[in-house]
Design a protein around this ligand. Structure first.
Ligand SMILES: [Zn+2]
Length: 307
């Protein structure tokens, strides 16, 4: 399975910053070591172009990001200090999602070992998100005429507010978000389908809610491509999650999403989104589970194809 990584485009952070940037390099190393994809399948994504970004973001916002002229307030909202490398990394991370979409359309499954920056709006960034990779990638594959309908399945514990806002008036992309009701963002946007869970929701509650809603989302979307945000932050020991889903529960989530798409013949691009476990190894374990499940399904598909 093709996976796209951009962790070597380092976004410099001040010491003590609470964003776990290290998880991306750890995840790439874990994927490489496990041998779930061949070395030639691990790819560096192209950066997304201005034209690709502008299908989802306002020109004045893009210009301020590129030139480093966002106000202090805008930067605080993003949560990273500005640097040229922040811009490059944001372009590459979105490029990874686009690369994964293109590879998934050819092979069935692919992944971006980053991305899921769903709090980015057309005119602003928020919550560690600069560009909205899902919206950018969906519109790029549509513009190439590869698909008409896309579904975004967002299981990060925080609502995909930027995605919902950018794609709100666009019937060609169905947005589904399952998230914590009382978690950030405190003012939610309206996705095509939202499921808000109470604090402390456990495996049973989480998976029941997901199963029913997922079916609805996939049926209603008529999608020929899914972008799956496999956030690690619904995890019980996540610092920001507020839910109580176990690693096994999250593995079951991956199985549900990936198998439901496969049954319907919908290719899936997996992206990582958030993950703030007290132990960063746990976040990496959870992200790795998602990658591993996708590679297993892809290998099964290839076996079937070979007869
Ligand atoms: Zn999150």
């Amino acid at each position: 399975m093709k996976v796209f990584y951009s962790d070597h485009f380092v976004l410099p952070l001040p010491e003590g910053h609470r964003f776990p940037m290290v998880k991306y390099a750890m995840l790439r190393e874990r994927v490489a070591k496990a041998g779930v994809c061949g070395p030639e399948e691990m790819r560096v994504p192209l950066p997304v172009s201005d034209a690709e970004i502008l299908r989802s973001h306002e020109e004045s916002y893009l210009r301020r990001v590129v030139h480093g002229t966002l106000t202090e307030k805008e930067m605080r909202r993003i949560g990273f200090p500005w640097s040229e490398r922040m811009v490059e990394r944001s372009r590459r991370a979105s490029g990874g999602t686009l690369g994964a979409c293109l590879a998934a359309l050819e092979e069935g499954f692919a992944a971006n070992l980053a991305g899921g920056t769903h709090h980015a709006f057309a005119d602003r960034g928020e919550g560690y998100c600069v560009f909205n990779d899902s919206a950018i990638a969906a519109r790029a594959v549509q513009a190439e005429g590869l698909v008409e309908q896309v579904v975004v399945v967002d299981t990060d514990v925080h609502q995909g507010n930027g995605t919902a806002a950018i794609l709100g008036g666009d019937p060609s992309v169905f947005t589904f978000s399952i998230h914590g009701a009382r978690n950030f963002p405190f003012r939610k946007e309206e996705s095509d389908l939202d499921v808000a869970l109470p604090d402390g929701a456990d495996d049973g509650e989480y998976l029941d809610a997901l199963e029913g809603a997922l079916e609805k989302a996939l049926d209603r979307s008529g999608a020929q491509l899914a972008i799956y945000l496999a956030g690690a932050d619904p995890y019980e020991d996540d610092r920001l999650g507020r839910l109580r889903v176990s690693k096994e529960g999250l593995a079951e989530r991956d199985r549900l999403v990936l198998e439901s798409c496969r049954e319907r013949g919908i290719p899936v691009a997996v992206t990582m989104a958030g993950g703030y476990a007290r132990e960063v190894d746990d976040t990496v374990d959870i992200h790795f589970q998602s990658i591993e499940r996708a590679t297993t399904l892809l290998d099964m598909e290839r076996d079937v194809a070979r007869g």
